[in-house]
Design a protein. Sequence first.
Length: 182
Amino acid sequence: MISQIYVYNRDHMDRFLRQAMNRVIATVQPSTWHLISIYTGESEHSSPEYLTEGAIKTLKMTGMKESLSLRFGDITDKMTDVIKMYPNIALFTKQQADAVVKFCNDRKAEPTDDVLVTQCDAGISRSGAVAEFAAEFFGIPFDVFFRQNPQIMPNSFVRRLLRESAGLTGEPAFQIRKWDDE
């Protein structure tokens, strides 16, 4: 089961991948880890998908066991002006939330204490929301999670859909950081 969660930005993951390709690093401790990677895609100002076939092969050599790649922008359902200005930016969907919940449920069956890494362009909002949800889902203490990930400002729309998909009710366990649109 997941016992630690880290939120990284694209640059951090790119450096990690380059080091892995150069065989500077052999494994991540603990040796088993999982990755949820988020990219925007489909615009000249956005990142392409991180988890290409080659990247997955290289990351598996470092101890990555399972991965999930999601394409959506850092917007909420209330940002109608942004959606109109950038029609190619995808909004986080219920199907993606279901995929994240399934991914996390599958990790509960893992016999070892594994690490979950979430990654997006900045490592703040989208991956922060997924990681915050996962920390609540896996029962990781609030103070431990935020000490390891002080930079996050979770996207409220992503967090809300994830909690709904998982059947979590009431206020989120982690309320220290949130967007103004809630």
